[in-house]
Design a binder for this molecule. Structure first.
Ligand code: ATP
Ligand code: MG
Length: 335
């Protein structure tokens, strides 16, 4: 892979925005789905507060970060202070509480890396995962949502990339490919790098929002409505950005030496993070720094085999965007 392919000019690229925007529109959850999610959250709150009046429920993940497509499951975090109970006991008890109501398939997964209760609400048809005290995820959800409000192209790009990743089977962390969260960070990073930039670096600006969670200081500028139209000097169309995104990950990113970092709005060197070799199961073959848990590489699930799959998929997509007269069909072809 010593070559860097030229990103050739494709004159008709902007015309391709029409089909991409149509795909984006078709993935947006309808208002009634959002209402049903709220309805389910209210039911869960009622049940939980009967047992634990001081507990709070927060939505996080794609149902709250604005990157959720239609018919997604919802992610809920139970914030609770129970000094004398460990997480798996809370999970068991929570499952018990919810079992008694008419929720379906209530399961306590106490042995998972992140212990959760899973359930399905037959009234709304929505499935839900509830975790305990994972407040960093609630904060990174807010960061992603705030970024989405700065420029509409981020949400469009992320929907298209998530849709591509699901279609191509590269959105499965248990098979060594990347999480949706990782793909959204890759999109934010990419838009921070455009010239002129489409997104700023919120963690590099004046702090207007600050919390400390699990000993991690989370601080950033969150008054995004005051940024005006930040990306207005950049006129790149969505089709151009989809093309550029795949081109970037196929031919421009330095996998051997660079870590992408939304926190700094740039890339940093693997050497500075000591991510140059395999430690335990973390291979650091593609490095994506978590914006708050900076010792956490979201690419750590990627192994020797899946890095090859991923890079071939980026190249395939970049080539389709480059040469195919009608790229949407082939790009999202089931694998
Ligand atoms: P999907 O639409 O595919 O469900 P999602 O945004 O809910 O997408 P997930 O990968 O299911 O994405 O993750 C849910 C949330 O959990 C993320 O938005 C993020 O807040 C948090 N999260 C997921 N993976 C990690 C991780 N490795 N480290 C920290 N937080 C994570
Ligand atoms: Mg989710």
């Amino acid at each position: 892979r010593s070559y860097k392919r030229q990103m050739m000019c494709r004159r008709d690229i902007d015309n391709l925005s029409v089909p991409f925007l149509a795909i984006y529109e078709s993935l947006i959850p309808p208002q009634e789905e959002k209402l049903k999610q709220k309805q389910l959250l209210a039911l869960l709150e009622k049940l939980v507060c009967k047992e634990w009046p001081m507990a709070r429920l927060y939505l996080y993940g794609s149902c709250a970060n604005s990157f959720g497509v239609s018919k997604s499951d919802i992610d809920v975090c139970l914030a609770i202070q129970e000094a004398d109970m460990d997480k798996s006991k809370i999970i068991m008890k929570l499952a018990d509480i919810l079992q008694s109501d008419n929720l379906q398939n209530v399961q306590a997964l106490t042995r998972a890396r992140v212990p959760i209760v899973k359930l399905m609400d037959p009234v709304t048809g929505i499935s839900c995962d509830i975790c305990i005290n994972n407040l960093l995820a609630v904060v990174n959800t807010k960061l992603l949502r705030d970024y989405a409000h700065i420029d509409a192209r981020l949400r469009q790009l992320a929907f298209i990339i998530k849709h591509w990743a699901k279609s191509r089977g590269v959105n499965e962390t248990y098979h060594g490919t990347l999480s949706s969260y990782a793909y959204v960070l890759m999109c934010i990073h990419f838009l921070q790098q455009r010239q002129p930039a489409i997104l700023p670096c919120l963690q590099g600006m004046k702090t207007t929002y600050s919390v400390t969670v699990d000993n991690v200081d989370c601080a950033f500028f969150d008054q995004v409505e005051k940024l005006g139209e930040f990306g207005r000097h950049n006129k790149e169309s969505i089709a151009h950005l989809v093309w550029g995104f795949f081109y970037y990950w196929a031919y421009c990113h330095d996998y051997a030496n660079s870590v992408i970092s939304v926190r700094t709005g740039s890339t940093i060197s693997k050497r500075d993070k000591d991510w140059t070799r395999r430690v335990g199961n973390d291979r650091h073959l593609i490095c994506i720094e978590d914006p708050f848990e900076t010792s956490h590489d979201l690419g750590r699930v990627v192994d020797k085999h899946s890095i090859k799959v991923l890079r071939e998929e980026f190249e395939r997509a970049a080539d389709i965007m480059q040469f195919d007269p009608n790229p949407c069909n082939k790009l999202f072809e089931p694998y």
